[in-house]
Write a new protein. Structure first.
Length: 128
């Protein structure tokens, strides 16, 4: 879960940096997702209902609990909702950057065809 929280935070912060928010200002926001979302919305980031719902559930306490494995009752977004929110933010922020002529590197998610991570049943030809 933590990696989704971290990715979401970094996508929002990269969007804000692109729109002129200084690194020092972002440091003062820390892990306050509501503040990040509020500022990103003011800069023109438009998100869907799911993304807004997920981000409204996140706060610095959620981030801390997931990072340091704190126990106790808490309500978290589902993994699928976090995944969709992360993907959506990645795509939205990448589009803004690409449209402005900035280089964007996106993961290809290609499955390896050989080696230990290759799908079962696939065979690799060994050199003769």
């Amino acid at each position: 879960m933590f990696l989704y929280y971290h990715a979401i935070e970094l996508y929002l912060k990269s969007f804000l940096r692109f729109h002129g928010i200084s690194a020092k200002q972002l440091q003062s926001i820390r892990h306050n997702y509501r503040s990040l979302l509020s500022q990103a919305s003011k800069c023109g980031l438009v998100l869907g209902e799911l993304e807004n719902e997920v981000l409204s559930m996140l706060d610095g306490k959620t981030w801390s609990r997931s990072r340091y494995l704190e126990i106790g009752f808490s309500q978290y977004p589902s993994l699928s909702a976090l995944s969709e929110t992360s993907k959506s933010l990645r795509q939205n922020v990448a589009k803004v950057l690409r449209d402005a002529g900035q280089p964007v590197r996106m993961p290809s998610h290609k499955k390896p065809s050989s080696g230990p991570l290759a799908a079962k049943g696939s065979s690799s030809k060994s050199p003769s």
